[in-house]
Design a protein. Structure first.
Length: 166
C-alpha cells in the first residue's frame, strides 16, 4: 500500500475514533450481548482483495445503537471486525448486517472491479448474520465480477497510466 493511501486510511480511522469518542454514546446495551468474533476474507472474483475497509451496517438494530462496526482488509484479503461504542471492541453483536466494501490497495484494476453497489450500505447485496460459534469461512465475502467489468477496469487503469506519463 502506498504511503499516501495508507496515511489516508489511517487519518480516516483516527477521525472516526475521535468522532465516536466525542459523542454522547453509552456502552453497548447489555441486552445486545457481548460482541462475537467476526473475521474472514474478502474475495473479488476468485482472488483476495488486496486492501480496504469493510463495514457492517446493522439490519436488526438501529445505527444509533451500533453506529460503527468495521475493520481493515489487509494485503491478503483478511479482516476482522471491531465495534466502536464508543471504544473499539473486537467483534460484532449477534444479528444481521449489510456489508459494504471500500477497496484501497495499490492494485487499481482490482479496486475498480468492486462495483459501486458494493460500496454503499443502501445498495449492497452482501448480507451476513453474526452468530455464536460460526463455522470457519462463515464471514468470507465474495464479490462477483463479470468478465467485461474486469476488462473495463484494466483498460481504464491503462488509460490512466498513459495520461500520467504525458
Amino acid at each position: 500500500m502506498s504511503f499516501s493511501r495508507g496515511f489516508t486510511l489511517f487519518a480516516c480511522l483516527v477521525g472516526m475514533l475521535v468522532l465516536a469518542g466525542c459523542s454522547k454514546q453509552k456502552p453497548l446495551p447489555s441486552e445486545l450481548g457481548e460482541p462475537l468474533p467476526v473475521e474472514g476474507k474478502v474475495y473479488v472474483g476468485d482472488k483476495p482483495l488486496l486492501g480496504g475497509i469493510i463495514k457492517f451496517h446493522p439490519v436488526e438494530h438501529s445505527e444509533e445503537v451500533l453506529n460503527l462496526v468495521q475493520g481493515f482488509i489487509d494485503g491478503q484479503g483478511n479482516y476482522f471486525i471491531q465495534t466502536y461504542h464508543p471504544y473499539p471492541e473486537k467483534g460484532a453483536v449477534a444479528g444481521k448486517y449489510k456489508v459494504s466494501i471500500e477497496p484501497a490497495s495499490n492494485d487499481r484494476p482490482q479496486d475498480g472491479m468492486v462495483q459501486g453497489k458494493y460500496r454503499n450500505d443502501k445498495s449492497t447485496p452482501l448480507v451476513v448474520t453474526v452468530q455464536k460459534d460460526a463455522p470457519p469461512g462463515a464471514y468470507d465475502i465474495k464479490i462477483e465480477v463479470r468478465k467485461n467489468e474486469a476488462e473495463a477496469a484494466i483498460k481504464k487503469d491503462k488509460e490512466r497510466q498513459e495520461l500520467e506519463k504525458k
